[in-house]
Design a protein around this ligand. Structure first.
Ligand code: MG
Length: 379
């Protein structure tokens, strides 16, 4: 039996993870659940899955959760509560599906006690990849990818890591990659959120439309696979059937194919190194007929170029790009900046930032805070 702590259980990845766990009651069990503020939903989930440990990041909501929790359920409060849940002795794996930097300390807490982490929160590696991977090396704990692209790479290089020549991340291109006439100054929120393939949270859906998501994923891949940046390519593949590819030293290319459903990556991260037979949808290639591939247009989507630049600069720069982008996306969703304002804001913050190399955790968090505040202030 694999015992799982699930951080971010009410989000898109979290609810998909519950569907995976539900299917294998003899092999997967939940021991802890963490949410930001939706305490009613998490209590409901705790009841359904017989979970005894529940964390609520929002302290006021945690108080209400405590008042309404059934006897026998322990409620953990605040960011420290989420961290404590991640460090729980009785779990074998922590699935981190919290959005953004809030995932960082809980992930480190789990890794520090030697617990494996199934990681959906790419920001953790983007901002603090060096510290996170160093912690893995020190404790022997492992990171298992939940991001579909990284799950694909992970599956393709298993047993042949020493034959790897190049990682090729696929990108759906979001709703705009194949619409050259779209004006990025006037794109509406509704248009940006209309992702052609994936049903995901709002933040990552906008990131997918700007291609900044793929830039973040380049950084995630670099740390996840300890692999040089200049050997990670991006290719647009609108059908989202090939989740990424690897080129091996002899020129052979391997890819991982599946219908675009996050449960494939979640399930493999939770069941690795085994594969369980469940009810995931079958792939019907004959019905699809053709698969398209195209080079990304970095002039139309400068976010990808900015992310590569931040990755090469290193130090605190990726954390600044990530934080500036998070605020910029929120401002776009709130209607205070245009779609193209997202990458303009990110670029302004990157130009204004004095980079620290080999930063400590506190320095990374400081850079992150600085970028968030500045990104919120800029007109
Ligand atoms: Mg992805």
């Amino acid at each position: 039996m694999k015992r799982i702590v699930l951080l971010g259980s009410t989000g898109s990845i979290g609810t998909s993870a519950l569907r995976v766990v539900e299917q294998f009651p003899d092999r997967l069990s939940l021991v802890g659940l963490a949410v930001n503020s939706d305490y009613r939903a998490v209590l409901e989930q705790a009841k359904r899955f017989n979970v005894k440990h529940v964390a609520v990041a929002d302290e006021a909501a945690a108080k209400r959760c405590q008042a309404e929790a059934a006897p026998g359920i322990r409620v953990y409060s605040g960011a420290a509560g989420v961290e404590a849940l991640a460090a729980l002795d009785e779990s074998d794996i922590v699935l981190c599906a919290i959005v953004g930097m809030a995932g960082l300390r809980p992930v480190l807490a789990a890794l520090k006690r030697g617990c494996d982490v199934a990681l959906a929160t790419k920001e953790v590696l983007v901002a603090a990849g060096a510290i996170v991977t160093e912690t893995c090396r020190a404790t022997g704990s492992r990171l298992l990818p939940v991001d579909s692209e990284h799950s694909a790479v992970f599956q393709c290089i298993e047993g042949r890591r020493d034959q790897l020549k190049r990682i090729i991340l696929t990108a759906s291109g979001g709703p705009f990659a194949f619409k050259p006439a779209i004006d990025f100054e006037t794109v509406t929120v509704g248009e940006a959120l209309k992702h052609p393939r994936w049903n995901m949270g709002r933040k990552v859906t906008v990131d997918s439309a700007t291609l900044i998501n793929k830039g973040l994923e380049i950084m995630e891949a670099r740390w996840m696979f300890d692999w040089p940046l200049d050997k990670i390519d991006v290719i647009i593949h609108p059908e989202s059937i090939v989740h990424s590819l690897v080129e091996l030293v002899d020129g052979s290319v391997l890819g991982q194919f599946s219908p675009p459903d996050m449960r494939f990556a979640i399930q493999y991260a939770l069941t690795w190194p085994e594969r369980y037979e469940g009810d995931l949808p079958a792939l019907d290639l004959a019905r699809l007929g053709t698969l398209k591939f195209a080079a990304p247009d970095e002039r139309r989507f400068p976010g990808l170029t900015l992310a590569r630049e931040a990755a090469r600069t290193g130090g605190t720069m990726p954390a600044v790009l990530n934080a500036a982008n998070e605020i910029a996306v929120q401002r776009f969703l709130d209607g205070t900046i245009p779609f193209a304002g997202i990458w303009r804001l990110v670029e302004r913050l990157m130009r204004a930032h004095a980079v620290l190399q080999s930063p400590t955790l506190d320095q990374i968090i400081e850079a992150d805070n600085w970028a968030r505040i500045r990104a919120g202030e800029i007109k």
